[in-house]
Design a protein around this ligand. Structure first.
Ligand SMILES: [Zn+2]
Ligand SMILES: [Zn+2]
Length: 274
């Protein structure tokens, strides 16, 4: 298993940020495995072992497939189970709303939702992320926000509204569905990662890198670097090779060929090192 947490040259070191990128405008100290352990992070246990996805409001044709997201998260956080909760209709969401002046579309107040979510977390839930196709805003001074989370309460809310190219009048083609799935899968697992106290990664190109804008988020890989993977393994108690095997199946079914090849290579290395 150790082979999963060492860098034999297969991981790309973090690329220097451009002026518009996350690390150019955020002081990130990084977090080694030891620092993460010493931070006494929240971990699954005492009957709270499951992760949940809670869909809020309507999901139209521009939305990612929620069943696929659930299956992806279950491979990524293996052996933790991931439950997809029944959709809550618009009327059940306790949040102020407004119409955004620039987009002309409805937005929910993400802080309101964050205050309401802890009561929705099932008794066996370690953490829960609410997802929606309704755009979000944190307060009146902001145009929009992709999402917001409370590590303390282990809940978060994320909007996929701006993930589909049609939001900004972009081109839609045969690759769009894959693009939207990739974006949604990455944000879901990145934010769930924070729920285990895992901070932003500054060591490698990694799914736990911070991102300032969609283009930067698109440039980060779906996989975890060895530092972040080791934290996740400690939290989930999973076998990294078995995890990679499950991810390979998901990537194969969904035409994410590069990712499939990458995880198969990692799985092979771990198994041959045993
Ligand atoms: Zn983050
Ligand atoms: Zn990392």
């Amino acid at each position: 298993m150790k082979r999963a947490f060492t860098d034999g040259g297969e991981y790309q070191a973090k690329i220097a940020p451009r002026s518009i990128d996350w690390l150019a405008s955020h002081e990130e100290e990084g977090q080694s495995y030891r620092e993460w352990l010493d931070s006494d992070p929240n971990l699954p246990g005492q009957g709270r072992r499951k992760l949940y996805i809670l869909p809020l409001g309507d999901f139209d044709g521009t939305a990612p497939d929620l069943g696929k997201l659930q299956r992806y998260a279950e491979a990524y956080f293996y052996p933790m189970k991931v439950g997809l909760l029944p959709k809550e209709p618009d009327s059940a969401v306790k949040a102020r709303s407004r119409v955004n002046r620039m987009s002309g579309k409805k937005q929910w107040n993400s802080r309101d939702i964050l205050g309401w979510l802890p009561r929705q977390l099932p008794a066996d839930g370690y953490a829960m992320l609410a997802v929606t196709m309704t755009d979000l805003f944190p307060d009146e001074n902001w145009n929009f926000v992709f999402g917001q989370a409370s590590i303390k309460n282990r809940v978060g809310i994320f909007s996929f509204a701006r993930y589909h190219p049609s939001w900004s009048g972009g081109m839609v083609d045969e690759n769009t569905e894959k693009l939207v799935l990739r974006r949604a899968a990455k944000i879901l697992t990145h934010e769930m990662g924070h729920m285990f106290g895992i901070r932003h990664c500054i060591y490698h190109e990694c799914n736990m890198n911070g991102a300032n804008h969609l283009e930067e988020a698109d440039s980060t890989p779906m996989h975890l670097c060895p530092v972040c993977l080791r934290k996740l393994q400690r939290a989930s108690r999973g076998d990294p090779a078995a995890r990679y095997a499950r991810l390979a199946v998901f990537y194969g079914v969904n035409g994410l060929d590069e990712e499939k090849e990458w995880v198969e290579d990692r799985e092979g290395e771990i198994r041959s090192a045993k």
